[in-house]
Design a protein around this ligand. Structure first.
Ligand code: FAD
Ligand code: NAD
Length: 467
């Protein structure tokens, strides 16, 4: 029997961050991981998908930069691209392991299953019991897995989840993608840029639900330019696997007519669900909510005082940085410090083409909340730097409330994923649009567009007409 102050179950961005931070606070920490350190994000999510997005962008840019005087015949060796991506994942996995050890986190490979409120058994891959761990506190960080649609078994030939799509060593000629959300649109773009014939079927009448419509509009038109067909109002109903590929049947949500889509493979990306069936929650004495998540309070504490839950298993937003922040909060609370997730500004970024990002309240949300709202905008086409990158589609929008306090922001365009950081800082720390407008931004940079949007909100824009 091993004894530990803090048992962390799961080594993804929620779990390993909680473990390292708790160890930094001088707690004795044991982290149990049943698969690979870094979890979904590092091994089959954020990092491999962003690697392929970058690689596909290089190929696409080379093919489409005639206006800059560049023309090139591009030869994509997909196997090498995949090797490069896998190398990044391997190295980062080793780094996570080393960081844990360097911070004196004890690492245990196996599946942790609770036996009672203060004990967990650890099982190896063959189901043999390797150890028992007695713990004072536990942090649940078991993450999520893809939702499997009836008729689309992930063990069926040609039916892929994101992990399988990212692990392929050969490109299909054609691909049907079910779901125009984060994974559907990020990976459709990758495959289309690599020459795959992509059709997306989406149940709703919009892509990227949750983001404001005008933010998504440039992504819709870029998808169109890439030859991605997006069929809206189509509910994926069934999938037949054949020797040559798959035939996906969809049902129109309005008139219930059916359509068939034949392709080499189908990627199903209709959302993710929490993983709670690996760790014996019953024996711990915890129940899940109606959506299957482990309920937590603002300090990431579950209904049991000595048990915390962080990351995807603890609910939306299912984003890596949200999980890591929860890991930091849980560790701080465990160490007797003051920390909370209340009022934290958590950005959301889709690495689509172009990228979209948002944080805090949208203008509509602020209006609906009855706040006195001022908005400032800046179109990327007025940014010298955006024009010099050849990508000037998109805009920055800032939303401010009383006394100019920044309530939120939205960005679509080049490097939206980076630009949102400054707006997140403003929302998190209650900065005003004046603060942003008075801050000198280097020229020529994309970041100037945040400065210009702030000035626009104040009626003092130089490079655009005021809103
Ligand atoms: P996970 O990363 O899922 O880790 C949970 C870990 O727990 C796993 O390693 C699992 O093996 C382990 N585990 C489970 N049960 C047990 C047990 N009983 N004992 C021991 N170990 C156990 N988010 C972003 O913010 N940005 C992105 O760009 C992004 N891209 C994504 C792309 C794809 C294709 C996918 C699928 C997801 C993406 N996400 C992205 C979401 C992100 O991956 C998750 O939000 C994040 O991984 C959640 O972290 P976590 O620590 O909660 O869980
Ligand atoms: P998602 O929730 O983003 O999108 C799912 C889409 O599938 C929705 O548009 C939904 O309307 C559609 N859909 C559902 N059932 C359908 C059906 N039967 N037929 C047709 N369409 C259907 O889910 P996802 O793309 O699987 O991603 C899962 C989660 O992973 C995301 O919500 C996010 O939390 C995380 N993620 C984040 C990033 C990022 O931060 N850049 C990238 C990838 C994934």
């Amino acid at each position: 029997m091993t004894e530990t102050e803090v048992l962390v179950v799961g080594g993804g961005p929620g779990g390993y961050v909680a473990a390292i931070r708790a160890a930094q606070y001088d707690l004795d920490v044991t982290l149990v991981e049943m698969d690979a350190y870094g979890g979904t994000c590092l091994n089959r999510g954020c990092i491999p998908s962003k690697a392929l997005i970058s690689a596909a962008n290089v190929a696409h840019e080379a093919r489409t930069s005639e206006a800059m005087g560049i023309s090139a015949e591009v030869d994509v060796d997909f196997e090498s691209m995949v090797d490069w991506k896998d190398g990044i994942v391997r190295n980062m996995g080793r780094s996570v392991e080393k960081l844990c050890k360097a911070n004196r986190v004890s690492l245990v490979e196996g599946r942790a299953e609770f036996v009672d409120e203060h004990t967990a058994a650890v099982y190896g891959a063959d189901g043999e019991e390797l150890d028992r761990i007695a713990f004072e506190h536990a942090v649940l960080a078991t993450g999520s897995r893809p939702i499997e649609l009836p008729g689309f078994g992930f063990d069926q030939p040609g039916v892929l989840d994101a992990e399988q799509a990212l692990a392929r060593s050969e490109l299909p000629d054609s691909l049907v993608v079910v779901g125009a959300g984060y994974i559907g649109m990020e990976l459709s773009t990758v495959f289309a840029k690599l020459g795959v014939d992509v059709t997306v079927v989406e149940a709703l009448d919009e892509m990227m639900p949750g983001f404001t419509a005008d933010l998504v509009a440039p992504v819709r038109s870029a998808a169109d330019d890439l030859g991605i067909e997006v069929d809206y109002g189509q509910l994926a109903a069934d999938c037949e696997s054949a020797d040559e590929g798959v035939v996906v049947t969809t049902e129109d949500v309005d008139d219930e007519t059916t359509s068939e889509y034949a392709a080499d493979a189908v990627l199903v990306a209709v959302g993710r669900q929490p993983v709670t069936d690996t760790m014996g929650l019953d024996a711990l004495g915890l129940a899940t909510d109606e959506d299957g998540f482990v309920p937590t309070d603002e300090q990431c504490r579950t209904e049991l005082d000595h048990v915390f839950a962080v990351g995807d298993v603890a609910g939306e937003p299912m984003l890596a940085h949200a999980g890591s922040t929860e890991g930091e909060v849980a560790a701080a609370v465990l160490a007797g410090r003051d920390a909370s997730m209340a009022d934290r500004a958590i950005p959301a970024v889709a690495f689509t083409s172009p990228e979209i990002a948002s944080v805090g309240m949208s203008e509509e949300e602020a209006d609906n909340a009855g706040l006195d709202v001022t908005a400032g905008e800046f179109p990327m086409r007025a940014s010298g730097r955006a024009l010099t990158t050849g990508h000037a589609d998109g805009f920055v929008r800032l939303v401010a409330g009383d006394e100019g306090t920044v309530l939120g922001g939205e960005v679509v365009g080049p490097e939206a994923s980076e630009l949102i950081a400054e707006i997140t800082l403003a929302v998190e720390h209650g900065l005003t649009v004046e603060d942003l407008a008075e801050t000198v931004h280097a020229h020529p940079t994309l970041a100037e567009s945040v400065h210009e949007a702030a000035a626009n909100g104040l009626g003092l824009a130089i490079h655009t007409l005021n809103r």
